[in-house]
Design a protein around this ligand. Structure first.
Ligand code: TRP
Ligand code: ZN
Length: 901
C-alpha cells in the first residue's frame, strides 16, 4: 500500500522568528543552460531576539562548490537538504558558490530554460533551487544582481529593480547589473535572459513622476501585447485613484513565457507571466482571454503593494496577499466594466467560480481554512479557498465598514506595516481599527472565524407572514458541516443583503421591529447567532424575500421558495445577482427532480412551460443586456448540480443536463434565431463588456440552433433547422475574430454535427503555429459533450498528436485537465477507463513536474460521493497512485488526504 508521512507536516503554531537576518544579497550569475554558476555574497546578522543557534540554509538540487565566512574557508555540514554552519560571529559576510542545471529543471521552479531563454519562479520555495538561503518570506533583504551570458543568445538580461550598469565581456559575453531599491523576501526575486523584445510605454503618475512600463515577449509576438499594456496602464491608474497607491518603481516589467506552472508571478518590478495571460489579438484570443488578461495583469500589479510592500510572515498567511489581491483585481475589473449591469455580470462570474470550485473544495478531503493550520507541501495550498474564499472574506470586511471605510483601513494597514512581513490578524485589525464602532470592529474576534474555520456555512431561512399584525418574520439559522480536523464550528458573522418584493415585484421599504421609520430599498443585516429572528413591520401583503443580495457572504442559502416566488424574483428583483440566482434555482430544482425520477433516460421533459416561458421572457427582454441574458440562460453546470446531491451518478447528471439543454434549444428555437440574427454583428472588434456580451449571446444562440438541427423533434425535421450547422460552418470560416470563430466551432462540436470533422482540421491548419490557439483546439475536443464514451478515445488519440506534449503545462492542462477536471460526463465512465487514464497521467506528470501532477490529482477529490460502480473504481485508481514508489510530497499529500476521507 502507500507509504505515509515521508515528509512531516509543517504547523502554523510552530512559527518562530528566524535565527539570522540577511541584510544584503549580492548575486552573480554566469548563465549557461547546462551549468549555471551562482556566486552569492550576503551580509548576515544574528537575530538577538532568539536563542543562539546554528545557521541552517535551505537548498534543493544544488551543487555546492565553496563556502566562505568573512573571506575564509570554514567547516560546514549538509543535513538533509540544508547547509548548516556553526560557531558564527554575530555579524558576518557569507559567500556561497554553487552550480545548477537550468536545462534539466523540469519542475519549472527555480531557474529554468524555456524556448532557449532563462526564467525563474521562486514562490513559494523555489529560491533554494538557485542558491542556499533562508528561504522564508519574513527574511527581507536588499538585492543587487549581476547577470553574465552569451550576448548573441541572450541579448536581454533582466532582474528586479533598476539597471545600473551593463556592457561587453570577453568571448562574446556581456553583463548587466541590477539593483532593487526595495527590500524583499527571496520569493520575489526574478531574473530573465533571452532573445526578447518589448513594447514600451512611458507614463506619468499623479505626482508627476515618470515611469517606464515594458511588456517583453518573443519577437513574433509584439503585435499581441497592446491589450496587456493597456491593462497595465489601467491598473496603475486605478490603484492610485481608488486606494492612493502609486507605482514605487522607475521601471515596471512584464515578461511572458510559454512554460509556466501557474498564471503569473508578482516578482518585484519584474512580473513573469504565462503567455496565456499576456498575448492577445482579435484573431487569436477570445473575449474571455481579453478579460482574463485584464484581471491577471491587474492582479500581479496590485501585488506590488499587497504582497511586495507588505508581505506574509509565513506561508500560512498566504491569503493575506492572495485573498486581498484577488479582491482588488475583482474590484478593478468591476470598476473598469463601468455601469451597474456589467458590474453585476462580473460579480456573477466570480460567484459562479467560487461555487463550482471552492464550495466542493470546502466539502472535500482537501478542505482547509482560508488561513490553513498545517501543510506538507505549500504548493498544494495555492487554492480557490485561499484565493477566492479569501477574497470573499475581504469583501465582507468592505461590506461591514463601507467602501470609504475599507479604503481608510487599507491606508492604516500600510501606515502600520509597510516594509514588513505580517499576518492575516494584522490585516483584519487594521481594517477594524480604522473603523471604530463599525460592525467589523465590534465583532472582530468572531469575524475572524472566517480565517480559522473551514467549510461552507449553510444559512437556513424561512419566512412567516402575519396578515393581522402586518409583519413578516424571517427565521434564520446557520450551521457549518465538519471538515477534516475540525469538528463542530462556532457561528460566523454573516452579512446578509436583504430586500422584500411586493407581489407585483415592487421593492418594499424595510422597517425592522423597534425601528422608528422604514428605510427605502435594500439593506445589509448582520447575522451573528446560530439562530435569529428578524421581524419586518408594516408589511401589507405577503412579500417575496430577496436574501443574500449581491452574494454578501460565501454561504449556501437555503430558503424554500415556491416556483411562483422564484419567477417573481427572476422577473423583477432589482438586485441582478438574485435575479440570476432565481433562474438558477428554478433550473436546479428541475434538474434534481429529473435526476431522482426513476424513468430512464432521464429528463426527456425536465422543463415545464413556466420555466421555458420565463427563459423566453429573459431572452426577449427589451432592457436586459446580452451578457446578463447569457448568464441567466446558462444551465447550472454538472459540477454544481453534483454538489447539491448526496450520491452522485455523473452519467445521470450528464444525461439530464443534456436533455434540458436540448429541450431549451427546441422550445426556444425561434427565439434563438432572433437572438442570433440581432446579436451576431457587434461592429468592429472591441473586447468591451457590451460587445463581448453580444458575442456571447450570439454564440449561445448558434450552439442552440445547431443542437436543434441535430436533434429529433418537430423543429429539427422542418428543413429550416437543418441550415444552422451549415451557417455555423460558414461563420467558423468567415469570422473576423476568435470569439466568433471558436463559438461557431464549438457549436458544431458540442452538437455532434458531422461538419465538426471538417472544421477541426481546418482550425488546426490555420493556427498550427500559435501555441495558445492550439491549446483551445485540444481543450475543445477534450471538453466535448460525451456521446457513447467517445471522448476518452479521442483524448488518447490526441496524446499521440505531434503537437501534444505533457511537458508543457498549458498543453497538459488543455488536453488532460480539460478531460479529467472539466468534462464529468466524459470522465466518469462505468468501465473505469477515465480513472485509469487519470492515474497514468498523474504518475507520469509526477515524474517531472510534481506541482502540476498534484493539481491533476485533485480531479478525484469528491470520489466518496460517487455512486457505484464509480466510487469503488475511483478509489482503486487513487490507491494505485498512492502506491507508486518515489511519489512526490505534492501528490502524496493530495492522495493520502483523499483516501483518509
Ligand atoms: N503569487 C502568484 C499569484 O497568485 C502565484 C504563483 C505563480 C505561484 N507561480 C507560482 C504559486 C508557482 C506557487 C508556485 O499571483
Ligand atoms: Zn496572487
Amino acid at each position: 500500500m502507500y507509504r505515509e508521512g515521508q515528509a512531516t507536516a509543517i504547523q502554523r503554531a510552530d512559527y518562530s522568528a528566524p535565527a539570522y537576518w540577511i541584510d544584503t544579497v549580492d548575486l552573480c550569475f554566469d548563465l549557461d543552460p547546462a551549468k549555471t554558476r551562482v556566486l552569492n555574497r550576503m551580509f548576515l546578522r544574528r537575530n538577538p531576539e532568539v536563542p543562539a543557534q546554528p545557521l541552517k540554509l535551505d537548498g534543493d538540487e544544488l551543487n555546492l562548490a565553496r563556502v566562505l565566512v568573512n573571506g575564509q574557508g570554514t567547516s560546514f555540514k549538509i543535513e538533509g537538504t540544508q547547509l548548516v554552519l556553526d560557531n558564527l560571529p554575530d555579524a558576518f559576510e557569507l559567500e556561497i558558490f554553487t552550480t545548477c542545471c537550468p536545462a534539466k529543471n523540469t519542475k519549472l521552479m527555480g531557474l529554468y530554460v524555456s524556448n532557449d531563454s532563462f526564467f525563474t519562479q521562486c514562490e513559494a520555495e523555489g529560491f533554494r533551487r538557485i542558491t542556499y538561503f533562508l528561504d522564508r518570506p519574513d527574511v527581507m533583504a536588499s538585492y543587487s544582481v549581476t547577470l553574465r551570458a552569451d550576448k548573441a543568445k541572450y541579448p536581454v538580461l533582466l532582474s528586479n529593480g533598476n539597471l545600473v550598469a551593463h556592457g561587453p565581456l570577453e568571448d562574446g559575453r556581456h553583463f548587466a547589473k541590477w539593483v532593487d531599491p526595495h527590500r524583499k523576501p527571496c520569493y520575489l526575486f526574478a531574473l530573465v535572459a533571452g532573445q526578447l523584445v518589448a513594447r514600451e510605454q512611458r507614463i506619468l503618475s499623479r505626482a508627476g513622476k515618470e515611469h517606464l512600463l515594458q511588456v517583453y515577449v518573443r519577437a513574433g509576438d509584439l503585435d499581441k501585447t497592446e491589450h496587456a499594456m493597456n491593462s497595465l496602464m489601467h491598473a496603475v491608474a486605478w490603484d492610485e485613484a481608488r486606494f492612493g497607491l502609486a507605482l514605487d518603481l522607475e521601471r515596471f516589467m512584464i515578461v511572458a513565457t510559454s512554460d509556466f506552472n501557474m498564471g503569473a508571478m508578482e516578482n518585484k518590478g519584474l512580473n513573469i507571466f504565462n503567455t496565456k495571460y499576456v498575448l492577445a489579438n482579435q484573431a487569436t484570443a477570445t473575449d474571455t482571454d481579453y478579460s482574463n488578461i485584464e484581471s491577471v495583469v491587474g492582479h500581479e500589479y496590485f501585488h506590488n503593494w499587497t504582497g511586495d510592500r507588505v508581505t506574509c510572515r509565513d506561508w500560512f498567511q498566504l491569503s493575506l496577499k492572495e485573498g486581498l489581491t484577488v479582491f482588488r483585481d475583482q474590484e478593478f475589473s468591476q470598476d473598469l466594466a463601468g455601469e451597474a449591469s456589467a458590474r453585476a455580470v462580473k460579480r456573477i462570474e466570480d460567484v459562479r467560480l467560487l461555487r463550482t470550485a471552492q464550495f466542493p473544495e470546502d466539502a472535500g478531503p482537501m478542505a482547509h481554512p482560508v488561513r490553513p493550520d498545517s501543510y506538507i507541501e505549500i504548493n498544494n495550498f495555492y487554492t480557490v479557498t485561499v484565493y477566492e474564499k479569501g477574497a470573499e472574506v475581504v469583501r465582507m470586511m468592505q461590506t461591514l465598514v463601507g467602501r470609504a471605510g475599507f479604503a481608510r483601513g487599507l491606508t492604516l494597514y500600510f501606515e502600520r506595516h509597510d516594509g514588513h512581513a505580517v499576518t492575516c490578524d494584522d490585516f483584519a485589525q487594521a481594517i477594524a481599527d480604522a473603523n471604530p464602532g463599525s460592525a467589523l470592529a465590534t465583532l472582530l474576534p468572531q469575524f475572524k472565524r472566517w480565517y480559522s474555520q473551514a467549510g461552507t456555512p449553510r444559512l437556513h431561512a424561512s419566512g412567516t407572514y402575519d396578515a393581522q399584525a402586518r409583519t413578516y418574520t424571517l427565521a434564520v439559522s446557520q450551521s457549518c458541516p465538519p471538515t477534516p480536523g475540525q469538528p463542530p464550528k462556532e457561528p460566523f458573522v454573516i452579512p446578509m443583503g436583504v430586500g422584500l418584493l411586493g407581489q407585483d415585484g415592487q421593492e418594499l421599504p424595510l422597517q425592522l421591529a423597534g425601528e422608528a421609520a422604514p428605510v427605502p430599498g435594500q439593506r445589509t443585516l448582520v447575522i451573528t447567532q446560530a439562530t435569529e429572528t428578524l421581524t419586518f413591520v408594516g408589511v401589507d401583503a405577503e412579500p417575496v424575500p430577496s436574501i443574500l443580495r449581491g452574494f454578501t457572504a460565501p454561504v449556501v442559502l437555503e430558503f424554500d421558495y415556491s416556483d411562483a416566488q422564484l419567477l417573481t424574483l427572476l422577473a423583477h428583483d432589482s438586485d441582478p445577482f438574485n435575479r440570476w440566482e432565481a433562474g438558477q434555482r428554478l433550473a436546479l430544482r428541475r434538474a434534481i427532480k429529473s435526476i431522482a425520477a426513476t424513468a430512464y433516460p432521464a429528463g426527456a421533459t425536465a422543463l415545464d412551460d413556466a420555466y421555458i416561458e420565463a427563459m423566453r421572457s429573459v431572452l426577449r427582454h427589451p432592457l436586459l443586456d446580452a451578457a446578463f441574458k447569457e448568464l441567466v440562460l446558462t444551465l447550472p453546470s454538472e459540477t454544481y448540480i453534483a454538489e447539491q446531491l448526496d450520491v452522485v451518478d455523473p452519467q445521470r447528471i450528464h444525461a439530464v443536463r443534456e436533455a434540458m439543454r436540448a429541450q431549451l434549444a427546441h422550445a426556444l428555437a425561434d427565439d434563438w434565431q432572433w437572438a442570433y440574427e440581432t446579436h451576431r454583428d457587434s461592429g468592429a472588434y472591441r473586447p468591451d463588456p457590451v460587445s463581448s456580451g453580444r458575442r456571447a449571446l450570439a454564440g449561445m444562440a448558434l450552439a442552440n440552433l445547431c443542437l436543434v438541427a441535430q436533434g429529433s423533434g418537430p423543429s429539427a425535421s422542418s428543413g429550416q433547422a437543418s441550415v444552422w450547422p451549415g451557417k455555423a460552418y460558414q461563420r467558423f470560416k468567415d469570422a473576423g475574430n476568435m470569439t466568433d470563430r471558436l463559438n461557431a466551432l464549438s457549436a458544431l462540436v458540442s452538437s455532434g454535427h458531422a461538419l465538426a470533422a471538417q472544421a477541426l482540421p481546418r482550425f488546426h491548419a490555420l493556427f498550427k503555429d500559435d501555441a495558445l490557439v492550439l491549446d483551445k483546439w485540444f481543450a475543445l475536443q477534450a471538453g466535448a459533450p460525451d456521446r457513447d464514451g467517445n471522448v476518452l478515445p479521442a483524448v488518447r488519440q490526441l496524446m499521440k498528436h505531434p503537437d501534444f506534449t505533457l511537458r508543457n503545462p498549458n498543453r497538459a492542462r488543455s488536453l488532460i485537465f480539460s478531460y479529467c477536471s472539466a468534462n464529468p460526463g466524459g470522465f466518469h465512465r462505468a468501465d473505469a477507463a477515465g480513472y485509469v487514464f487519470w492515474s497514468e497521467r498523474v504518475m507520469e506528470l509526477d515524474g517531472f513536474n510534481p506541482q502540476v501532477a498534484a493539481r491533476l490529482a485533485r480531479a478525484l477529490d469528491r470520489w466518496t460521493k460517487l455512486a457505484e460502480p464509480y466510487r469503488s473504481a475511483a478509489r482503486e485508481a487513487i490507491v494505485r497512485v498512492a502506491a507508486k514508489p518515489d511519489l512526490s510530497n505534492d501528490v502524496r499529500e493530495v492522495v493520502s488526504r483523499a483516501l483518509a476521507d
